[in-house]
Write a protein that binds this ligand. Structure first.
Ligand code: NAD
Length: 318
């Protein structure tokens, strides 16, 4: 049986990935420090359904601590690593760059160092569209990266660390640049959750800028399919966009939620936020060519699933 280590496995994307890998008959070691970016109870709920699976192991540990990371590799024979753990969120990174670098750069080095010693078959890294910043849309992997936030810079630096570790030690790695991932168990600090929550409770929705900003929304199952395909593909080092390639204006995204909830949003317009990107738009031709990635869920379908989950679970988030 093959074993996958999923750092950040109790989080939004990580928990969906753990579920998928278990379903494929793999053993999964979920490594997470239950960072307080949102309540620990939400992360516990994310993986509650997996705890009874005999192939699922939960390890509470911190990627910033070398000993925590090497301990996991000592205890388990790891074949694949999905390095999903990160300090997330663009805006908070503006005021706290040091801690973003601590987790996203130094933490990545710690995990890669352990991989060097353990000869893993593939290292898959969760990068972000934030590395593109104010580059020209659509964002292509061969184009410029001009990050606008410390978070974006930390993700770009980590990608380069992956490249260097491939060159120096032969670690096969794939960096997936995710574009606004949403879906059930979605992070309570992200727009899909906040908008749904505020509109359904008839509270004002804060919109930064004039509403014309655009996001390329990716349904979580499509993001997970990209992660699995990256694990399976034979390649040395690659950077690949994972998005829908169908960007939506903020006002139109709010419109989708209004329709699903049957309620009108009370929009409060505010100034643009430092670090925010004007638009994200993924060119996914490389993803299609190299790993056969094809997004399959429209934003209307995906948000319907999200709203269903929100209605069943919103009491988890306080
Ligand atoms: N959700 C998105 O739209 C999106 C977009 C682009 C990139 N990403 C990247 O995808 C990954 C997953 O994002 P998510 O939305 O699921 O976020 P998340 O916050 O739900 O998950 C991240 C997980 O990492 C854990 N973690 C944080 N610091 C850690 C540490 N020091 N040691 C161990 N675990 C730690 C957290 O507790 C959390 O469970 C992140 O790397 C993020 O940067 C996400």
């Amino acid at each position: 049986m093959e074993t996958a280590l999923v750092t950040g496995g109790a989080g939004f994307i990580g928990s969906h990935l753990c579920e998928e890998l278990l379903g494929r008959g793999m053993k999964v070691v979920c490594f997470d420090n239950f960072e307080e970016n949102y309540p620990k109870s939400v992360k516990e709920a994310n993986i509650r359904g997996l705890l009874d699976d005999k192939n699922f192991v939960l390890v509470e540990g911190d990627v910033r601590k070398k000993e925590d990371v090497s301990g996991v590799f000592r205890q388990h024979k790891i074949n694949y690593v999905f390095h999903i753990a990160a300090k997330t969120g663009v805006r908070p990174s503006v005021n706290d760059p040091v801690s973003y670098f601590g987790t996203n750069v130094n933490g990545t080095i710690n995990v890669l160092d352990a991989c060097v010693k353990s000869k893993v078959k593939k290292f898959v890294f969760a990068s972000s569209s934030s590395v593109y910043g104010s580059a020209r849309i659509p964002f292509s992997e061969s184009g410029l990266t001009v990050p606008d936030s410390p978070y974006g810079v930390s993700k770009l630096a980590a990608e380069h660390i992956c490249r260097i570790y491939h060159n120096l030690y032969g670690i096969k790695s794939v960096c997936l640049r995710f574009f606004t991932v949403y879906g059930p168990r979605g992070r309570p600090d992200m727009a899909p959750y906040i908008f749904t929550d505020r509109i359904s409770r008839q509270l004002p929705v804060r919109v930064f800028g004039d509403g014309s900003s655009m996001r390329d929304y990716t349904y979580v199952k499509d993001a997970v399919a990209g992660l699995v395909k990256a694990m399976e593909a034979d390649m040395g080092f690659e950077v690949i966009n994972i998005g829908s390639s169908k960007p939506l204006k903020l006002v139109d995204f709010i419109g989708v939620i209004e329709k699903l909830l049957g309620k009108k949003a009370d929009v409060a317009v505010e100034g643009e936020q430092p670090g925010d990107m004007k638009a994200t738009y993924a060119d996914i031709s490389k993803a299609s060519l190299l790993i056969g990635f094809k997004p399959s869920v429209s934003v209307e379908q995906g948000m319907e699933e999200f709203v269903k989950w929100y209605r069943e679970s919103s009491s988890l988030v306080v």
